[in-house]
Structures are given as C-alpha cells and as structure tokens.
Design a protein around this ligand. Structure first.
Ligand SMILES: [Zn+2]
Length: 258
C-alpha cells in the first residue's frame, strides 16, 4: 500500500522535474522464480513488458545505445539487461525475446554459474544455456564479477582478481570476451573505477539518477524493474524513472554513490 502510494507520488514528481535524457537501460534479475522478491518478475508480466516495448519503443543492443546516447530521440531507445544470470531468464524470458526478436544483455556472476549454487534462492544459468543465448545473436554477454562482492569494500588487488576471473571463465566457457560490466549491487566504487575503465568499454550502475547526468560510458545509471511495477508503473518508469522511489530506495539501502 505504502509502496504504491510512493510510486503514484513518484509519477507526479517525474512530471514536474526535467525529463530524463538518453536511452533507458532496464534491469531485470529473476523471471518466474516464484520467490516473491521485488527483483522477481512474473513471466506473463515480463511478456507484457516486452510486447509493449516491441510496439512502442526501439529495443536495441547495448553497443547501439552507447553509440546513440546523445542523439536526438535517444530516450526512445531501450536496452533490456539481466543481472547475475538466473535460470528463469533462459526458461521464461529468452523464449519471449526470441519470439519478438529483441536484443538483450546478460551481466553474469561467474562463480554461481560455475558451481551451480543458487543465488538469492534461485538456480543460476548453465554455461550451455548461456552459449545458446549467445548463439541466438540477440545476447550481449557482459561481466558482473566472479563472486558478486560489494566493490566499495575491496582492495584493488582483490577487485582485479574478481574482474580477471569472471572474464577468463566467460571466455573459456562460451568463447566471448566480455567488454561490458555491471557493478555488483549497482554500487560504484572509487577504487574499482580505474580498473573497470581499463578492462571494459562500458560499465553500468544500479539505480536511476535523480538529476540529468552527463554521459560517462563507465558510469551509466539504469532503471530497475520491480515486481510491484506491474504494467502501469513499468511504463511510468520508462517515461520518468520513478525517481522519487529510486531516491528512497537509495536511502533505505544506504547508498550515496552516483
Ligand atoms: Zn547483481
């Protein structure tokens, strides 16, 4: 109830604030895992999101959005990204994406995929499934560290090891060299920043920024899609970012970064 009131208020606040600029990069995590978590979207809701995007927006590969960032009309471009690499993405999201021919990006946390251990209570993708998605020609394979640590708390040597291990495993298992990165938890880290810039052509963060940002390909804010968005607030999130809700989520999570 409170959540919905905040969302409704966020829509109003978005309308009176300067509009968001640039392509929208959506963050999904689980699809159809039955967890009840905010990061777990129902399969039929996911399908409705994609059908709406296919009709009303231009869903593009990440590289395309990066190239076109400052072009006029780029706010109609949408990138669909999935963090961590949950099996539900293959089971429930991938068939819809193939059917509609929509490109997407996977940011993979390699340790759970390598060991098969669940993440947030849900099984990870297998390398075989990742290879199939890569072969479809729709998937961009990005990196999301090996063990998903909070990079704000790590020494540079340890960060370097996290990046190198994930890059190596993705290369060895699916033959793709990841050139795009997502910060674990979406949290930017000053000591990781130079290493990330050195290893990848782009890097994304967790949440929507409150104010318009100048485009920095290694510090890109995204729009997290929550289960509570349903369909109505999904469209509002694309339009205005639900920036008030995002600002509240930052405070609740104790994140003060970009
Ligand atoms: Zn993650």
């Amino acid at each position: 109830m409170l959540r919905m009131a905040i969302k409704a208020l966020s829509v109003l606040v978005d309308r009176i604030r300067p509009p968001m600029s640039g392509p929208r990069i959506l963050i999904y995590h689980q699809v159809g895992a039955g967890s009840g978590l905010q990061m777990d979207v129902l399969p039929d809701v996911f399908r409705r999101h994609m059908e709406w995007l296919a009709y009303h927006r231009k869903v593009v590969p990440l590289a395309h959005a990066l190239d076109a960032w400052n072009d006029p009309g780029s706010e109609r471009l949408v990138v669909v990204s999935f963090d961590d690499g949950y099996r539900g993405v293959f089971d429930h999201a991938f068939p819809v994406l193939v059917e509609l021919g929509l490109p997407f990006t996977l940011y993979l946390t390699t340790e759970p995929i390598e060991t098969g251990r669940p993440m947030s209570g849900a099984p990870p993708l297998t390398w075989k499934q990742i290879a199939l998605m890569a072969e479809s020609g729709l998937a961009t394979i990005g990196a999301h560290t090996h063990t998903h640590p909070d990079l704000r708390d790590l020494e540079p040597e340890h960060i370097e090891e996290e990046l190198a291990t994930s890059n190596r495993l993705i290369w060895e298992r699916v033959g793709v060299e990841p050139v795009h990165f997502a910060y674990p938890w979406g949290y930017w880290s000053p000591q990781a920043d130079p290493l990330v810039r050195n290893s990848y052509v782009s890097a994304v963060l967790g949440g929507t920024a409150s104010d318009p940002q100048t485009f920095d390909p290694h510090r890109i804010n995204r729009c997290p899609v929550l289960a509570s968005d349903g369909f109505v607030f999904f469209r509002e999130r694309l339009r205005g970012g639900l920036r008030l809700e995002e600002a509240i989520r930052r405070v609740v999570r104790g994140y003060r970064g970009p």
